[in-house]
Design a protein around this ligand. Structure first.
Ligand code: FES
Ligand code: FES
Length: 152
């Protein structure tokens, strides 16, 4: 029998306690155990950003984090950013196509607001390099993120 560990965290404002195995990866705990399927798996290797979540307000690639490491942390997923200014800016700029990468971009942009509330254009460009969109719609994504920062 594999040992189970108790993990307690706050997810999208709600306190949760779950039991997981030592090797469980946070992305799959979110998706398979908690039903939060907005975070996507694109590469499982830290490259694409589709799995990005906020841990204590900082963007983290959840495919690279063990669930036990989330103990005591505050987590926000794309589901927690419904109707947020960032989501609205993406909708207004039509900054998505297939939508597979979009949750990661939106969460990462929210993380940028937390870390650099007055990010300039260059900071935004470099920050978004940790997300990959395969549909060539970077232009709209940049417009959406710039809108978020110019609205402040
Ligand atoms: Fe995590 Fe690609 S699935 S970075
Ligand atoms: Fe398709 Fe980004 S919208 S990968």
């Amino acid at each position: 029998d594999t040992a189970m560990y108790s993990v307690e965290f706050e997810i999208n404002g709600e306190k949760r306690t779950i039991r997981v195995r030592a090797a469980d990866v946070l992305l799959y705990t979110l998706r398979d155990k908690l039903g939060l399927t907005g975070s996507k798996s694109g590469c499982d290797n830290g490259d694409c950003g589709a799995c990005t979540i906020l841990v204590n307000r900082q963007p983290i690639k959840s495919c690279l984090m063990l669930t036990v490491e989330a103990n005591g942390k505050q987590i926000t997923t794309i589901e927690g950013l419904m109707n947020s200014p960032v989501q609205n800016a993406f909708v207004q700029n039509q900054a998505f196509q297939c939508g597979y990468c979009t949750p990661g971009f939106i969460v990462n942009c929210e993380g940028l607001r937390n870390v650099h509330p007055h990010a300039d254009e260059e900071t935004i460009r470099v920050w978004l390099e940790s997300n990959i969109c395969r549909c060539t719609s970077y232009e709209e994504i940049h417009h959406a993120v710039k809108d978020v920062f110019s609205a402040k």
